[in-house]
Design a protein around this ligand. Sequence first.
Ligand SMILES: Cc1cc2nc3c(=O)[nH]c(=O)nc-3n(C[C@H](O)[C@H](O)[C@H](O)COP(=O)(O)O)c2cc1C
Length: 495
Amino acid sequence: MTVIDSLPEFIAAIDKMGELHRISTPVKVELEMCEIADRVMKMPGGGPALLFEKPVLRDGSISKFPVAINLFGSMTRMAMSLGVEKLDDHGDRITKLLDMKVPEGFLGKLQLLPRLMEVAKFPPRMASGTPACQEVVWTGDEIDLDKLPVLTTWPEDGGPFMTMTAVVSKDPARGIRNVGMYRVQVLGKREVAMHWQRHKSGAAHFAEMAARGERMPVCIVIGADPASMFSASAPLPPNIDEFIFAGFLRKAPVKLTKAVTCDLEVPADAEIVIEGYIDPAEALVVEGPFGDHTGYYSEADLYPKMHVTAVTMRKNAVYSATIVGRPPMEDFYLGHATERIFLPLLKLTTPEIVDYHMPAEGGFHNLVFVSIKKTYPGQAYKVMNALWGAGLMSLAKVLVVVDDWVNVRNVQEAWWVALNNIDPERDTRFTMGPMDVLDHASRAFTYGSKMGLDATRKFPEEGFTRDWPKVIEMDAKTKARVDELWPQLGLGAGK
Ligand SMILES: Cc1cc2nc3c(=O)[nH]c(=O)nc-3n(C[C@H](O)[C@H](O)[C@H](O)COP(=O)(O)O)c2cc1C
């Protein structure tokens, strides 16, 4: 597959797949676009990607920036955006990279070379010449965020929000970059509120800058190569630069350029970059409410205000957005890519994990099914504790552990087995921990209980001494006979 370097290339690739739907009817950025996108995202398979060619701004004028939505919103588009046929292919690449034991013999060692050469492609490179993302530059009084087609998604939202962002910042002590997908509320022509939640790297950088009493440079990227945009949403450890990870996914470096008014680098081929700074000496501002991933409104809260010092863009920039709300939405596919790509990393520290799945209904944190190869008593609890200690997985509210043969990606199968296998009082454990900022039911903001359900087959040491029944299965001979008979039965293709 060819490497996709920019949003226009991504849109062209989707068009070629026959999955791009252009809308030339004028549609308001306030609510109307969201209602259309929501209906499309609820279509079987996630619906087509949408390109609104005539977004209607708040003053009634037609925006010169078309709006792209739902670009990642299907399994095939998500995989294509990351240059693979299926997302597990990246998981397999990670497994191979982690398995770096040096092979025997000269030829064996030679075979390592291509893998090591590939690693050299990961770090970003600086682009030469005038970058596409700076073909047009607004500074000073020219800056007017009202000219961008920023969506207001739900009726009780606190205002317009940019949603499909890659927010670039730097750890002031170690210089490590972070790129995070955080929503950004437009407060005025030159001011926005930055919604990085307390568990996220951007918030950690801000806390460090505030402790030093220094202004924090920030860039908001809208529309870049899809691997960079996905990486911004991925729960990478804080010391890994998302642009390096994007380089791994793309198998080619991300091309960066210096921002015009702040000391940060941004993707050279981005559509729009909003540059600015946050002054930690300034009071926090009210951000929200916002119709959120959970399908509920999240309450207004206090977040830092960013002052915009420049808006740079391509000549014919496309504005990209997503909407969140009652699942399933486009974010399910981004989360699903994370799920598949991070499986080998979870297995690295918890090798009994066979597979895991976060169903759309649970958002990212409410429900995680995990299958394990259980060989000793208490192992399901060991796995739960490991997951509740692993990065953003620590925010998982309900973990359901089943045996290795269960296909956890089939939610019906997972529940069928889990509900059969539990004695609720014996097999449920509660613990406490950090909760997602968006969880509205926990007893306190970002703090509450978690539930683990051990739905594995129980060992005698776990107090189970009765016989364990067999799962019903037809014998192979009868199955083969019915396969033969099937075409004569007039029952369709069957299985
Ligand atoms: C569409 C979308 C919107 C998101 N909005 C936010 C947000 O407003 N604030 C936030 O902290 N995380 C948000 N997230 C989740 C973060 O992008 C995710 O946790 C990511 O790992 C954060 O990066 P970091 O670990 O580098 O901080 C969003 C994710 C998606 C897919």
